[in-house]
Design a protein around this ligand. Structure first.
Ligand code: ACM
Ligand code: ZN
Length: 762
């Protein structure tokens, strides 16, 4: 879809673009003039061939939001005229031309008429006295054809009305694909008439884990939880989405994430053991057995699914299927032998190939998570790349279609700020700026390969999203950033996007009652090295919005010692960039320093940001990464010496992650110092494959060339007592080469995550 109209429409100069278009996602081209079209209480319209559902949609939006009435012009001269036109070179588009007296809307298809109507609504501005649209012209078509949002209804269930509201908001921002994650370990949510126990039994769990699943000891709410959609309800949702030009892609998970199905039909597992749908989050060893009976069962389920959903794609999951049971199962081993398969990965591929052939015979296309590449990709399969971009790159190189959904940019269950009051989330760190910077097409692909990338989608896993309020908090406004990534051929700068968001769309979301996150206004923290990087750091808080006043106070070791202005007067004298810096010079002893920042909007303190730093002698010292961290978790230059203690559940902005079992780091103390002790901090989150290393060796050197071993430690979570005069330090950190059997990620190299090297000197 890229460069679809290259050469067809003229390219706009920067000068013409200076007036910002209030529409999100930003249109392909937009020009505006000083004059405007005024909207009076009643507006005469000629709808032409616009379908009734779209007419009603516009009428409803105008009346509901602005009290404006659309009236059919009949024999009067219309103010707004709709016209269906032919595509240009087979490419769909819509355009809106606004003059002082009239508005013309051209569109090439029903869907583009719907897009036009939403844009027309968003173009309306309020002068305080009246509603108007700036004169000008807008021409628009999307960059990508797959513009998706996903919703997991297994971990938490959402009613039909809630799903419809999710779809409504998607449609308003020109998403066109709703990926409905209907089955998982924690609940089966779709009625399948041939297998009634899937919903009688599999839709319900007895308990749900409390708090974050890494919190030990775990506690549970012991309460029956669940729900499901009847086929009639599913049809109703599909119709509702279709009326909004959204395709619903169902996901039926196999061979992993099948515990809810196996609670209903344990004979489909390898062991036959009877156990309920899961009340815990994670990855579980009990998956579908690969015997014929199970594959036949899944084919029969998919027959009903394929008949229900008009979507050309059916998602079959395929992610996170541990092979523990298959390795020990006589049935699975027999399938491997009889089909000449090499191992359990090829067995998974064999499983998926049969499902692929079946779906193909039904006229449907299989799409699955990137694990379906393991053991060989099935001939007709498309891939949804979630573990980074690599799976997607591999698939397009093999000539398969891809939807990008990398965790780094597209997981809306990740944290969106490092604010201490951010509600509990799965982990990770995906602020809105990062979503905005996302490009679904990674560099280095040929044009042909790039064409195979259909688009992208954000995923919403609902482990920590129990209701609509939290759902909207996680999705909005990040979804607006993604809509711009997926639609806007000429994506404006982040700053311009932010301005339109603040001026137009946050008030619109407010009016729609959307509980959107205000994380983008939280003060951000930047850490800068001090002079010559000698045990000194500055922390700078930015002022995200110039209109707001900021208050600052600080405390050391738990004692609030200073309020910057005793009269609570705002520090409006903050420098132009809005930074306030605090420096630490040569702090020899350990202490906690806390800075509080409150934001005052004239009426209320909007949010109270608290940042705590652990002050030690290593702050700002140069760390040399002899072993580079993984690119996805590379942190910043100072992450290991910034005084920021990483939180748990971990937020990847505060941790550095390595994916090798031997890590070497060096630190330059800048001058000879007597080091009293060293504290290396590691993350322990085995469910995310992150292990504490087995051994740490510390070496020192006076010249950076000759190294002497100081200490080895196997109990590495504790402090290393050193008492040694040294200039350079080297850390050799070793882990197991493979995660042991029975643990999540068994067989893979464990991750090592570090957040700080705490140095104490005499
Ligand atoms: C996934 O997040 N397991 C696809
Ligand atoms: Zn088996």
């Amino acid at each position: 879809m890229k460069n679809l109209f290259a050469g067809l429409f003229f390219v706009l100069s920067a000068a013409l673009l200076s007036a910002q278009c209030p529409v999100i996602p930003a249109p392909t081209s937009y020009t505006s003039q000083k004059t405007q079209f005024e909207l009076k209480e009643t507006v005469l319209v000629n709808f032409g061939d616009v379908p009734v559902n779209i007419q009603q949609h516009l009428e409803h939006m105008l009346l509901e939001n602005y009290g404006l009435k659309l009236i059919n012009a009949n024999d009067k001269i219309p103010q707004i005229t709709f016209r269906e036109v032919d595509p240009v070179d087979h490419n769909d588009f819509y355009s809106i031309e606004v003059r002082e007296q009239t508005v013309s809307v051209d569109y090439t298809s029903e869907a583009y008429c719907f897009y036009a109507v939403n844009s027309l609504f968003q173009l309306i501005e309020n002068s305080g006295k009246s509603y108007f649209i700036r004169s000008g012209k807008l021409i628009d078509y999307p960059k990508f054809s797959w513009r998706g949002l996903h919703l997991d209804v297994s971990r938490h269930f959402f009613t039909v009305d809630e799903v419809k509201r999710y779809i409504d908001l998607m449609a308003f921002y020109k998403f066109n694909t709703f990926h409905w994650h209907l089955t998982d370990d924690q609940g089966w949510r779709i009625e399948i008439k041939q297998f009634p126990k899937l919903t009688e039994t599999g839709a319900w769990r007895d308990s749900t884990v409390n708090k974050h699943y890494t919190t030990v000891p775990r506690t549970y709410t012991v309460e029956k939880y669940g729900g499901f959609y009847t086929q009639e309800q599913i049809k109703n949702v599909i119709k509702y989405a279709a009326d909004r030009y959204i395709t619903v892609v169902p996901e039926i998970e196999m061979p992993g994430h099948a515990r809810a199905a196996l609670s209903a039909y344990p004979e489909l597992s390898c062991t036959g053991k009877r156990q309920g749908a899961e009340g815990l989050w994670g990855v579980f060893d009990d998956i579908y057995c690969s015997k014929k009976e199970t594959i036949d069962f899944n084919k029969a389920v998919l027959d009903e699914v394929a008949a229900l959903f008009p979507s050309p794609y059916i998602h079959i999951g395929g992610d996170e299927a541990p092979k523990e049971r298959w390795k020990k199962c006589p049935d699975c081993q027999r399938v491997i032998r009889e089909n000449g398969l090499k191992d359990e990965h090829e067995l998974q591929s064999y499983f998926i190939r049969q499902i692929d052939a079946h779906l193909t015979s039904k006229g449907k296309k299989l799409i699955g998570w990137d694990e379906i590449l393991e053991g060989g990709l099935s001939p007709n399969a498309s891939v949804m790349s979630w573990r980074g971009f690599e799976g997607g790159i591999e698939a397009v190189k093999q000539g398969h279609a891809v939807v990008m959904s990398p965790g780094s940019h597209c997981y809306f269950d990740h944290y969106q700020s490092s604010h201490p009051n951010e509600p509990i989330a799965f982990g990770g760190f995906t602020p809105i700026e990062k979503v905005y910077a996302f490009d679904p097409v990674p560099p280095g692909l040929s044009e042909q390969e790039s064409e195979l990338i259909l688009g992208a989608q954000a995923n919403l896993w609902t482990e920590y999203i129990p209701d609509m309020k939290q759902l909207e908090y996680m999705v909005y406004p990040r979804a607006l950033a993604l809509s711009q990534v997926l639609w806007s051929v000429n994506k404006p700068s982040y700053e311009d996007f932010q301005q339109v968001l603040v001026d137009k769309h946050l008030p619109l979301l407010e009016r729609k009652g959307v509980n959107y996150s205000k994380a983008m206004f939280y003060p951000q923290l930047t850490i800068v090295p001090g002079e010559k990087q000698s045990s000194s750091l500055s922390y700078q808080f930015n002022k995200p919005q110039n209109k707001l006043s900021y208050f600052y106070s600080e405390e050391i070791n738990g004692k609030r010692i200073l309020l910057k202005d005793s009269k609570n007067k705002a520090i409006d004298s903050l420098p132009v960039a809005g930074n306030f810096a605090k420096s630490f010079e040569k702090y020899p002893s350990e202490q906690d320093y806390t800075a509080h920042l409150s934001v005052f909007d004239g009426k209320n303190f909007l949010n109270y940001a608290t940042f705590t730093y652990h002050i030690h002698a290593g702050l700002g010292l140069p760390v040399k990464f002899i072993t580079p961290p993984n690119k996805r978790y590379a942190g910043k230059e100072l992450t290991l010496v910034d005084g920021v203690i990483g939180r748990i559940p971990w937020n990847s902005s505060e941790w550095i992650g390595f994916d090798t079992s031997r890590i070497v780091l060096e630190m330059d103390l800048q001058e000879k110092k007597t080091v009293k002790s060293l504290g290396l901090r590691f993350l322990d989150d085995e469910s995310s494959w992150i292990h504490v290393p087995e051994n740490v060796e510390v070496q020192h050197s006076t010249d950076g060339k000759k190294w002497v071993s100081l200490q080895q430690k196997t109990q590495v979570k504790t402090q290393l007592e050193i008492q040694q005069s040294c200039r350079y330090l080297r850390f050799i950190i070793t882990s197991k080469t493979q995660i042991p059997d029975g643990k999540p990620g068994a067989g893979h190299v464990p991750w090592t995550f570090m957040d700080e090297i705490i140095v104490l000197i005499e």
